[in-house]
Design a protein around this ligand. Structure first.
Ligand SMILES: Cc1cc2nc3c(=O)[nH]c(=O)nc-3n(C[C@H](O)[C@H](O)[C@H](O)COP(=O)(O)O)c2cc1C
Length: 268
């Protein structure tokens, strides 16, 4: 008899999950409610911290954006935006509010992860990334998926946090080639990623693919390259394909050929 998704489990950090991950989509497209539902059903759901001050204002009536606009009103007509800085403490506050409120509502055996877009801000990209990563860990997030613009030094930014070895950390890549430099840097901190999401050309969001690349690259080939790379390097890290996994049959094919879960888009 052919297999179904429920015949498989994703093993991460000593726990087992339904092998379906709802991917992170910025600015609350993958809402907290959607992530909570995925977790309630035993899978993994992502919230996303892209524009988290805006998300917090919408959800919790905070005034992070208004305050910032007031502060930099004098500079609105100026094309040079170098004076516009993120207030790291306010950014961390927004992140803590969003993550802790989400975690408080969690039910079920699944998990809530956060998609952390790495190259987001105009100024101080490293500091703002660090503020968001640490605040998410402070607030009990169970996993962090490092996405768009993967920062080779991310592990270093988190290394002094007490939860550095307990929070699950994953990375998103679109080729096996992108893996080597990240793993090399991460090995310095004895902290390899817990999972690797492979986004192919059909995944939405910020990818390194052009509009027509779906004709040239396909997810199965890229996932296979990543699996081979990991095997050659004797690394046992779960691999999660994303982008164009539309049916249970598609998903089972990936799970039968060595992947540990699939990541899909969803909306609520
Ligand atoms: C509208 C939209 C926004 C997305 N935003 C992000 C994002 O902010 N960060 C990210 O890593 N992936 C993002 N993604 C990719 C998804 O998390 C997921 O990997 C992908 O959609 C799965 O492929 P599918 O759409 O074929 O199911 C986005 C996808 C869509 C459709």
């Amino acid at each position: 008899m052919s297999k179904a998704m429920d015949d498989f489990r994703l093993k991460l950090g000593g726990r087992e999950y339904v092998p379906i991950i709802v991917g992170g989509m910025g600015v609350d497209i993958s809402t907290a409610e959607l992530a909570l539902e995925a977790a309630r059903l035993g899978g993994i759901g992502h919230i996303s911290d892209a524009m988290v001050p805006t998300v917090s204002d919408r959800r919790f009536n905070t005034k992070f954006v208004q305050e910032k606009q007031k502060k930099y009103k004098y500079n609105i007509g100026n094309t040079d935006k170098s004076a516009v800085k993120f207030d790291l403490e306010r950014l961390a506050e927004a992140q803590r509010l969003f993550v802790s409120r989400t975690m408080e509502s969690k039910k079920g055996d699944g998990a809530i992860f956060i998609n952390c877009m790495e190259k987001l801000t105009m100024n101080s990209p490293r500091d703002t990334l660090q503020a968001r990563l640490l605040a998410a860990m402070d607030s009990g997030i169970e996993g962090i998926t490092l996405s768009a613009g993967l920062h080779l030094g991310s592990m270093e930014l988190m290394k002094d946090h007490p939860r550095f070895h307990d929070v699950l950390i994953g990375i998103i890549v679109s080729s096996a080639r992108a893996l080597r430099p990240f793993l090399k840097r991460a090995a310095k901190y004895k902290r390899l990623p817990d999972y690797i999401t492979v986004e192919g050309p059909l995944a939405g969001g910020h990818l390194g693919f052009g509009a027509d690349d779906w004709q040239e690259y396909d997810l199965k080939t890229i996932v296979n390259d990543v699996l081979v790379f990991l095997k050659e390097n004797e690394l046992n890290i779960p691999v999660v394909p994303a982008g164009g996994v539309f049916t249970g049959t598609d998903a089972v094919e990936f799970l039968e050929s060595g992947s540990s879960a699939v990541q899909v888009y969803g909306y609520s």
